[in-house]
Each structure stands twice: as structure tokens, then as C-alpha cells.
Design a protein. Structure first.
Length: 131
């Protein structure tokens, strides 16, 4: 068969706030990111993989790539992967989900104190005024 479809997963973790951005994407940069709180970085990385698995179409054969060895071990040791789904460790430098999540954070002005209102926020405000 042809080469398996690849999904890249990653998570950011803030030690002080415990806020994580977890997500996944494919090579065409389509994917998903969620903002959640976790006890530690490993749990965030493991959740990122589960987020990816949940989004997969049924019976899709693919490989999930993560730079978290803990996440790889968790899924392999506990045999938690659906049939046809593999998981492999890759170096952080090759994990495009890292940039995907960073772009998401920038788009949502996560780390900026003074930020321009997003279109969505403007819409919501206008709606609130008029309702």
C-alpha cells in the first residue's frame, strides 16, 4: 500500500498557570487546537494524541507523530490505539504541530497584553449591544 497518512500532535504547557494548548495537524496544516488545563506536561501530550484519535474517520490507517516519548509509551504499553493507527516518536524539530499550535496562539493573541480585538470578539460585542 501507499505510505500512511501522517498526523502530528503536540502540546504546550505553562508551568505557572497549567494552561495548555493541545492540538494536531496533518501535512496540509489542517487540524485542531484546544486550550485546557492539565496537572503536567505529560498529561497534556497524552491528551493531544487522544484528541487526534477522536477526530479520525473510522477505519483510517495512519501514523500519529509526537515528540513526547511518554505519550508514545502510554499508547503502546496500554494498547490504546484503534486498529490501523500507529504512533511514533519524532524529534521536536520535525514536529510541525509545534508551529501549528504556535500560529494558533498568535492568531488568538494569547501572549499579548494589549491586543487588537478579534473579528469574533467584535461580532459578539455588536451582537450584545443590539440584542
Amino acid at each position: 500500500g501507499g505510505s500512511l497518512k501522517k498526523f502530528y500532535v503536540d502540546a504546550t504547557f505553562d508551568k505557572h498557570t497549567h494552561i495548555s494548548f493541545v492540538g494536531f495537524c496533518d501535512l496540509s496544516m489542517s487540524g485542531s487546537v484546544q486550550k485546557l488545563k492539565f496537572k503536567d506536561n505529560n498529561l497534556a501530550e497524552i491528551f493531544a494524541v487522544s484528541l487526534c484519535i477522536k477526530s479520525l474517520p473510522k477505519d483510517l490507517s495512519c501514523v500519529i507523530l509526537t515528540d513526547s516519548q511518554k505519550a508514545v509509551d502510554h499508547y503502546k504499553n496500554n494498547q490504546l490505539l484503534p486498529e490501523g493507527v500507529q504512533i511514533e516518536h519524532i524529534p521536536r524539530a520535525l514536529n510541525i504541530a509545534d508551529g501549528f499550535i504556535r500560529a494558533y496562539k498568535e492568531e488568538h493573541n494569547v501572549n499579548k497584553r494589549h491586543f487588537a480585538e478579534t473579528k469574533e470578539a467584535k461580532k459578539q460585542k455588536a451582537f450584545a449591544k443590539n440584542s
